[in-house]
Design a binder for this molecule. Structure first.
Ligand code: COA
Length: 335
């Protein structure tokens, strides 16, 4: 979608995060699969991840919303729409959005789930932006939450070291300042990439049977090498494209906020944009790949460290299963 020409913009007015207490560090994986800390850190940048031992994705979302309420004193009845971005819904249906609303006693909000894998947060942001810019709704809550441990095969060293669990809540709100909040977006899908990153079982194609369980079809499958190659190009190109389209020079960008799948993909994106290391948000070392939660978690962590300031120009970019990828140009709105 091009830069908007409507009366309103969508700005971030509140946020919250939830990180489970249990930590799986690289030493843990050395005990359960044939791997080592040096390999994991040098190939991915990951040192540890959080794991939700009890509960589901809705609990990650509820925890994040409760944190948001505590920080910003938000009345949940003022939220018009809740969009839950996740690949690990509690169940196929009802939507995790409905589960979360029920757990929090929210009766005045409607909502639904959206699945675009690691790009889910950007796709959900686009929808929140559209609702607000069209004037249809004033406050749209995007939950980026994934319990990746629920679909990870902890005997598969290629994948199990990569993922973690986390929940985030980002509240988008109407503003009449056309130079604030979400300023531009560019989003893509290429379904021919589906064969390189998927979970085969559990849907209408392969309903659960003893056989689907025996064949481990309820876990993530990824051809890491194939995905790596296109992810590097996709994320770098889309970030460059959004800079170019908005006449942003490297010095105009306060931070690149990349999806956290692999530190080497992040580094390639940074180089293509021409920004230096100090302008890249990174927390993959602490949480691994938390899918829909990585980008909002970066925003909140950097705010909490006092590094993010009102008016900062941010370039958000992602690449994930689908393939799905995209970039968003966002001006940070909170002091
Ligand atoms: N510990 C030790 N060795 C491992 C390992 C582990 N945890 N996992 C894989 N290896 C081995 C492989 O078996 C392979 O061995 P072989 O050459 O004897 O077959 C070797 O390490 C190299 O594997 P390779 O696939 O070439 O590594 P890589 O440099 O591509 O890194 C990933 C693997 C998964 C980290 C990387 O490909 C990646 O990040 N891919 C993209 C992820 C992504 O962006 N996904 C999209 C969003 S989810």
């Amino acid at each position: 979608m091009p830069v908007s020409e409507t009366k309103y913009n969508a700005k971030i007015s509140a946020f919250g995060k939830f990180l489970p207490e249990t930590v799986y560090d690289n030493a843990y994986f050395e005990k359960i699969v044939d791997t080592n800390d040096e390999w994991i850190v040098s190939r991915t940048g990951i040192k540890e991840r959080r794991i939700l031992e009890n509960g589901a994705t809705s609990d990650l979302g509820v925890g994040a919303i409760q944190d948001m309420v505590k920080r910003f004193n938000i009345d949940l009845d003022t939220i018009d729409v809740m969009i839950v971005a996740t690949v690990t819904p509690d169940m196929l249906f009802p939507a995790t959005a409905c589960v979360i609303m029920d757990k929090l006693g929210m009766k005045k909000t409607w909502g639904y789930d959206i699945l675009a894998a690691c790009s889910s947060f950007l796709f959900a942001t686009s929808q929140a932006r559209s609702f607000i810019e069209a004037g249809t709704y004033k406050r749209v809550l995007v939950i980026g939450a994934d319990k990746m441990s629920s679909i990870t095969d902890y005997t598969d060293r290629n994948n199990c070291i990569l993922f973690g669990d986390a929940g985030t809540a980002i509240l988008y709100e109407r503003t009449e300042d056309k130079n604030d909040g979400v300023l531009d977006e560019t989003l893509y899908c290429d379904g021919s990439g589906g064969k390189y990153l998927y979970m085969l079982g559990g849907g209408s194609l392969n309903p659960p049977t003893h056989e689907t369980v025996d064949k481990k079809m309820h876990y993530i499958y990824q051809d890491g090498k194939a995905v790596f190659k296109v992810a590097v190009i996709g994320m770098a190109d889309v970030s460059f494209e959004i800079m170019k389209r908005n006449n942003l020079k490297p010095e105009d960008v306060a931070f690149l906020v990349p999806h956290q799948a692999n530190l080497r993909i992040i580094d390639a994106t940074r180089k293509r944009m021409g920004v230096d290391n100090s302008k890249v948000m990174i927390n993959i070392d602490k949480y691994g790949n938390t899918t829909a939660a990585t980008i909002p978690l970066c925003l909140i962590d950097y705010y909490d460290m006092g590094k993010l300031k009102k008016g900062d120009n941010l370039v958000l970019s992602s690449f994930g299963a689908g393939y799905t990828w995209g970039g968003i140009y966002l001006k940070w709105s909170i002091d």
